[in-house]
Design a protein. Structure first.
Length: 139
């Protein structure tokens, strides 16, 4: 439901931004059609305000339509989060016992085992935090 309202808000903002970008041009066209000599100072103030709003909304529309980030990128999996957490602490992740790869290890670990492994790694001195040495102690 949250995703639906977020997408709906995005679409509304995009439509309003595009309308706000077009509005000053329409207002200027009406001013020219009625004759610029007969226009009042309030018409010029309204045109200036509409132009500023158009610039702000144009930037918003540009960001919504041409953003560089991928909004559809899937969130990281728990295994990927475990990999990141272990990589920040461990000095080396190669030569794991049993010929298991680091990605497979992160897939098999649950949160409790990950916390225990991280605790054991933090207890080891930096420079000696090799996953192949610490892993048999945890299991």
């Amino acid at each position: 439901m949250k995703k639906f309202f977020r997408e709906w808000g995005r679409r509304c903002a995009a439509r309003f931004s595009l309308f706000a970008v077009v509005a000053p041009f329409v207002f200027l066209f009406v001013m020219i059609r009625d004759g610029l000599g007969q226009t009042d100072i309030t018409d010029w103030v309204v045109l200036a305000v509409l132009t500023v709003i158009a610039l702000i909304c144009g930037k918003t529309a540009w960001r919504l339509h041409f953003s560089w980030d991928d909004p559809l990128a899937p969130p990281p999996t728990p295994a990927q989060l475990r990999q990141q957490r272990l990589l920040t602490v461990a000095d080396s992740i190669d030569d794991l016992p049993g010929g298991i790869t680091f990605a497979d290890l992160c897939e098999t670990l649950d949160e409790k085992q990950t916390r225990r492994l991280l605790h054991q790694l933090h207890q080891t001195r930096p420079g000696e935090r090799h996953l192949r040495v610490v892993l048999p102690k945890v299991r």
